[in-house]
Design a protein around this ligand. Structure first.
Ligand code: NAP
Length: 467
């Protein structure tokens, strides 16, 4: 077979997962001089992954990154196939038939569990479900959240926990100016939530949230933020670590939290409390199978052999009132058909993005990963750029060395025909752009950035392809 990409046929790459990592992977492929064709697949009809279904609706500025993705989508050789599910409409054999390489950028869809009694009581939810629900993710729109509880506990102090706490504290008017799903807007309008308590298992110096995100909690229109003063200051061990290795960003975070600790309630209708050095040990039953409270244990930090500070439970317990609990302790990837999976970390085993067979420790030819399914659920949207570049550089190095798949049907028309056969209701990027225009038009009429379609059927109908 002639070398892929020089002079023909072009290098053909399938990318599965149209979130930030998928787009950055495509973007880096198009930077090469060789002719490249990229087919980007997603199980949702719409592209952009967590930018659409994860980024909070009151954080519209972050979503403007999609302009970069639109530019990538405008490259010659780019095609989007939305509404096409890997493992259902197409499998690894199909992709091997049509492409020289396949990059999986499927992210991390499920939540981590706490593993404590009461976790499955009514009213105990994962933050990942709640986030996908209020963002109008088609697979989560049927979920129901009873928001009548007065007290909510959010376990975790990462940026997702901050998003959940902030959305619960926003006024209906603030939310009505966003692109939150209409059904979520109605549910939040009727919410009875008065206090939201976030639980950090370690101290303020180890809090995972970033400074702009936590600072914003102090500027909420309808909620007074509060941190118990004895929990806002770092313990002696954390202070010693900071003195030995000064960290400007952590000091800034501590300043923000210490400011929150000195604030007197100003009479706002809601209260957002951030606690540190506490872990939930049990979600308490209200006697009717629903959340009635959260038992927490006070933690103390200790230093591990590798110098990290970890929490250790003491014998001091406390019961917090709660009618609703969101666990927000991180996302995990799910296994992909035909690929190895590291169940402990929720990722596909890989070296610099090359999928690795755990038995032989050898790369699996032609298969790559980027984004959260490669490195776990860490970092912001931009982190995926360098991550995807690393993977694509590995892919290109392999292609240059002849280590690529040898697809028996490499023509672009052949893979498109296969998609049409398997999934006649697929969405192209042009379809998405039409949906995008309709959503933003409907939003403009209501003073909102967009009004989202939340299911493929409605989108097909809007495109005149329904029924
Ligand atoms: P995260 O940043 O990893 O935070 C997870 C939190 O859960 C940490 O506070 C962690 O504490 C805690 N935790 C883990 N296991 C726990 C347990 N068993 N009991 C109690 N607490 C536990 O994860 P995330 O909030 O899901 O966010 C994922 C990524 O998306 C992050 O990189 C985040 O910055 C990013 N993100 C960014 C934005 C934004 O930029 N606005 C918005 C949303 C998400 P320990 O530190 O002690 O492990």
């Amino acid at each position: 077979m002639p070398d892929a990409g020089t002079p023909s046929p072009p290098l053909r790459v399938a990318i599965v997962g149209a979130g930030p990592a998928g787009f950055y992977a495509a973007g880096h492929l198009f930077k090469q001089e060789r002719p490249v064709e990229v087919d980007l697949y997603d199980k949702l009809p719409t592209p952009h992954g967590l930018v659409r279904a994860g980024v909070a609706p009151d954080h519209q500025k972050i979503k403007s990154v999609t302009r970069v993705y639109d530019k990538i989508a405008a490259e010659d050789g780019f095609r989007f196939f939305g509404n096409v599910t890997y493992g259902k409409h197409l499998g690894l054999d199909d992709l091997r038939r049509h492409y020289h390489a396949v990059v999986f950028t499927t992210g991390a869809q499920v939540d981590r569990r706490l593993g404590i009694p009461g976790e499955d009581l009514g009213g105990s939810h994962s933050a990942t479900d709640f986030v996908a629900w209020y963002n109008g993710h088609p697979d989560y729109r049927h979920l129901a959240f009873d928001l009548s509880a007065e007290h909510v506990v959010v376990v975790g102090v990462g940026n997702v926990a901050v998003d959940v706490a902030r959305i619960l504290c926003r006024t209906p008017e603030e939310l009505a100016a966003t692109d939150i799903a209409d059904y979520a807007l109605e549910a939040l309008r009727a919410s009875g939530v008065r206090t939201v308590t976030m639980l950090g298992r370690r101290g303020p110096a180890q809090a995972a949230f970033t400074n702009p995100e936590v600072k914003e909690l102090g500027e909420l229109e309808a909620a007074d933020v509060y941190v118990p003063p004895d929990e806002a200051t770092p313990d002696a061990l954390s202070r010693a670590h900071l003195d030995a290795a000064p960290d400007r960003l952590v000091e800034k975070k501590l300043g923000i939290l210490e400011d929150f600790a000195t604030r007197a309630p100003s009479g706002k209708p809601k209260r957002l409390v951030i606690r540190f050095l506490v872990s939930p040990t049990e979600i308490l039953d209200d006697g009717r199978g629903r959340v009635g409270g959260v038992r927490v244990v006070r933690n103390a930090l200790y230093e591990t052999d590798d110098g990290r500070l970890r929490p250790r439970a003491t014998d001091r317990f406390e019961d917090l009132p709660a009618g609703l609990v969101f666990r927000s302790i991180g996302y995990r990837g799910v296994p992909l058909e035909g690929l190895p999976f590291d169940a402990r970390w929720g990722v596909v085993p890989n070296t610099q993005g090359r999928v690795v067979d755990p038995e032989t420790q050898q790369p699996v030819p032609g298969l790559y990963v980027a984004g959260w399914i490669k490195r776990g659920a860490t970092g912001v949207i931009g982190t995926n750029k360098a991550d995807a570049v690393e993977t694509i550089d590995a892919l290109l190095e392999d292609v240059a060395a002849g280590r690529h798949l040898a697809p028996p049907e490499p023509a672009a028309a052949a893979s498109a025909a296969a998609v049409r056969r398997a999934c006649p209701d697929y969405f192209s990027y042009a379809d998405w752009q039409r949906i995008d225009a309709l959503e933003t038009e409907q939003g403009a009429a209501q003073g909102r950035p967009r009004v989202k379609y939340v299911c493929a059927e409605d989108m097909l109908a809007a495109l005149g392809r329904g029924g």
